[in-house]
Ligand binder design. Structure first.
Ligand code: MIG
Length: 779
């Protein structure tokens, strides 16, 4: 409460919060080498350094004892390796071909360099240290040219230099402002870009953490309220390398089912079976593609998870089957809170089998959420995760293949907005408080849900959407950005937010299209749907009490435009799916900031209102009312407006005209994209594929990778996929398109792919695999 008054800026506040008690780690006292662990015992703490690859090192500082080398709830267990160590009078140096870590002895300071001796991390006057209340912190030099990205789900602009962030999963219905922090996800990770080279840091600490690139000049810091100072360093040097390295430690997104990449329609709530059927019928009557309809909390019996309300949804199984016949899937919401009701089986099991979070003294923790007084499963315990996962049979038996996890911060209706931090978690045998594990509650609920679904779906790919998470959440779920509003500002903010999530390893993200709270309008929904068609996750969702915002709600003219862009999403599906495949293999984002593809171009470092899809498509949406012209910065190369065919030269900004029916999408010349035919939903296979090649006259060579598979099972893991590596060579004489590799055993539902070349000059000839016939044969 006091936070809302001027007390928030009380002069003595920092001292009261105990932030002024920094104790430096001091001098090195002695050191030890235990196989692949390099240990440095200092006056006020012990530091372990280990290397996992030439590019990845981990530093762990414990102020009180020898560091615990165990892993958090997310890092993948890897084998450390031995490296070279040298000692001089004043330093120890650990070296691989890619990274050098130099430790100054008096005082103990750390300096990390890459293979070119470029300093990545540096500690000068201050380095690592701790606080009286168990805080751990370190300070690093901030170079003049450092730009910061990542930090998971944060509001504000793309570049996080000059910002300060807190990680503590929080349910924030209050409007998301540039200063609203923390939000639902905690991803204590960032990437630094300096003069075209990037490196990364993952601070793997599940307590409340803080990152400060603002308060002190030329210094940034990260700290946690408890636990160890445990962080990984990723050497880069390209932004893409950093992400590959980070996701090697925290995992990558499994390839989602194709239907999860379609258009999703949601509302809090479609309240009855009748309403859901009418909604589905309207989509089909109007011939608007749709893959998923969501059931928000009204479907349950008194908000009891794993139940349906008998009056509102008398025959859920039938409903699900009928919708499936027209290609539409149902995804229901599942919250963690279990209603305290002695006659409710889930609650009974939870109590009888000791599955809920409890205080040390043995009493169950109860908090108020939708069902009223509720208990919360302890997802840190494997037994509980199994139980929770198995309960999803209730849904999968009805034909459900996707689940939506909400309120899993966990959100509780009280002053702190969450569970009492004193509650204990079993933590698979090493109990810890909620204070220590709060930030992984949602991640572990996701793990329980995803793994349960996967087991029950007999080889089909599950889909999970989550609100809360921690680093590594990409292994289990797509993330939507929570309760935004129908404000133009929130459409604008969604771009850097999703790009930074992508830079934090979470490729499958998107905001509520049209805005959740507040009322959408015709123009806003139209412009937002245009953007949504290109964000990795594409769902229209709105809150109770707001105007309904289905595609047709704001009249025919706008309805037609919205429909056109939903169709465009399906046309682009083969292209998007290929980029998703790359994301699942390498951990790269689908929706990328421009600097990821043009790290040498400093003009791209702070662009928040344009993004790329894959490596050759740039989207520059209009995101303000009444605006039909906007400045677009195009990096080097030549670009074609995908819709109009207009040509633009790169390396500069252009004023681009875009009426309401026009989303400016630019394809880099000399490259290609794959398009499919529009289908009512991804249940219908796309059989009509076209490779669109954008001719250039420069001597350009581009390698295009097209990927396809059945889109719904895991058989691609056993070779059942189709991948075409296509080389596109442009020059004065023409364009040569050659399939240099065709791999995988998947029997595609098309025997050939058409080739269309755009922007050819009269003098230019086209060959496809050396022939004049413009089609690619699929083996
Ligand atoms: O507002 O389940 O962010 O998407 O519709 C509190 C109801 C609970 C918050 C989610 C929102 C969802 C809503 N939920």
């Amino acid at each position: 409460m006091l936070e809302d008054t001027s007390f928030a800026i009380h002069p003595g506040k920092d001292a009261q919060e105990g932030r002024n008690n920094f104790k430096d780690i001091g001098n090195l006292v002695t050191n030890e080498v235990q196989e692949d662990i390099y240990q440095f015992i200092c006056e006020n703490g012990t530091v372990n350094v280990v290397f996992y690859t030439e590019e990845i090192a981990r530093v762990i500082m414990n102020p009180d004892m020898k560091p615990d080398m165990g892993l958090s709830k997310t890092a993948i267990n890897r084998q450390p390796m031995q490296v070279e160590m040298e000692e001089s009078e004043s330093t120890f140096t650990l070296r691989t071909n890619k990274l050098t870590i130099e430790m100054n002895k008096q005082p103990f300071r750390l300096k990390v360099m890459d293979s070119d001796k470029r300093i990545l991390l540096n500690e000068k006057e201050i380095g690592m240290g701790s606080g009286n209340a168990g805080e751990v912190i370190c300070y690093k030099t901030m170079e003049a040219d450092d730009h910061f990205y990542g930090f998971g789900e944060k509001s504000g602009f793309l570049d996080k230099r000059g910002e300060k962030y807190e990680m503590w999963n929080t349910d924030v219905f209050a409007p998301h402002n540039p200063e609203t922090d923390p939000l639902y996800e905690s991803i204590p990770y960032f990437m630094t870009l300096r003069n075209g080279r990037a490196h990364g840091v993952f601070f793997d600490n599940t307590y409340r953490t803080f990152f400060d690139m603002k308060t002190i000049d030329e210094v940034y810091s990260f700290m946690a309220e408890g636990g160890q100072l445990d962080y990984y360093i990723f050497a880069g040097p390209a932004p893409k390398d950093v992400l590959e390295q980070y996701t090697w430690i925290t995992g990558r997104m499994p390839l989602p089912p194709k239907w999860a990449l379609g258009y999703h329609q949601s509302r809090y709530s479609y309240e009855t079976e009748q309403e859901v059927r009418e909604l589905a019928d309207t989509f089909r009557e109007k011939d608007i593609p749709v893959d998923v309809i969501y059931l928000d909390i009204h479907y349950m019996n008194g908000y009891r998870v794993f139940t349906f309300d008998k009056d509102r949804f008398p025959e859920p199984k039938k409903l699900i089957e009928d919708l499936r016949e027209s290609g539409i899937r149902i995804v229901p919401i599942v919250d963690p809170g279990v209603k305290k009701d002695p006659e409710y089986a889930i609650y009974q099991q939870g109590i009888t089998d000791d599955l809920f979070c409890k205080y040390l003294e043995g009493n169950v923790y109860f908090g108020d959420v939708w069902p009223g007084v509720s208990a919360f499963p302890d997802f840190t315990d494997e037994k509980v995760r199994d139980w929770w996962g198995q309960n999803h049979k209730f849904y999968t038996d009805m034909g459900i293949e996707g689940i939506w996890n909400d309120m899993n911060e966990p959100a509780v209706f009280n002053e702190t907005k969450t569970m009492d931090t004193e509650v204990m978690h079993k933590n698979d045998g090493s109990p810890e408080t909620h204070r220590a594990l709060h930030n992984v509650y949602g991640l572990l609920m996701g793990k329980a849900t995803y793994e349960g679904l996967k087991e029950q779906l007999n080889g089909k790919r599950p889909f999970l959407l989550t609100r809360a998470g921690y680093a590594g959440v990409q292994r289990y779920a797509a993330v939507w950005t929570g309760d935004n509003r129908s404000f133009w500002e929130h459409l604008q903010m969604s771009l850097p937010m999703c790009m930074n999530l992508g830079l934090s390893g979470v490729a499958f993200t998107g905001p509520d299209v049209g805005g959740f709270a507040h009322d959408a309008n015709a123009e806003l929904l139209t412009r937002w749907t245009q953007v949504g068609a290109f964000t990795p996750y594409f769902r229209n969702h709105s809150a109770i009490g707001t105007l309904y915002q289905e595609p047709w709600r704001f009249g025919e003219t706008h309805g037609e435009l919205i429909k056109k862009y939903i169709e465009l999403r399906y046309k682009w599906m083969p292209q998007l799916y290929s980029v998703f495949r790359e994301a699942s293999e390498k951990g790269l984002p689908v929706m990328r900031p421009l600097f990821m593809e043009f790290p040498e171009d400093e003009k791209t470092y702070r662009i928040s209102d344009q993004f790329m899809i894959g490596n050759n498509v740039l989207v520059a949406p209009v995101m303000a009312p009444g605006v039909t012209d906007r400045a677009v910065y195009l990096p080097e190369g030549e670009w074609t407006d995908y819709l109009t065919g207009d040509q633009y030269e790169g390396g500069k900004a252009h004023l681009v005209h875009a009426e309401l029916d026009h989303l400016p999408i630019f394809v880099r010349k000399g490259t290609a994209i794959m398009e499919g035919n529009v289908v009512p939903s991804m249940d219908t296979k796309q059989t009509d594929l076209t490779l669109h090649v954008y001719a250039s006259r420069k001597n350009d060579r581009y390698q295009y990778t097209f990927y396809d598979d059945d889109g719904e099972t895991f058989s691609y893991e056993n070779g059942s996929y189709k991948q075409l590596d296509i080389e596109i060579q442009c020059g004065q004489e023409g364009v040569n398109i050659d399939v240099i590799n065709q791999t995988g055993s998947y029997k595609a539902p098309y025997e050939q792919i058409k080739v269309e070349v755009h922007g050819l000059e009269d003098t230019q000839q086209v060959t496809v695999n050396g022939q004049k016939d413009h089609a690619l044969k699929i083996k």
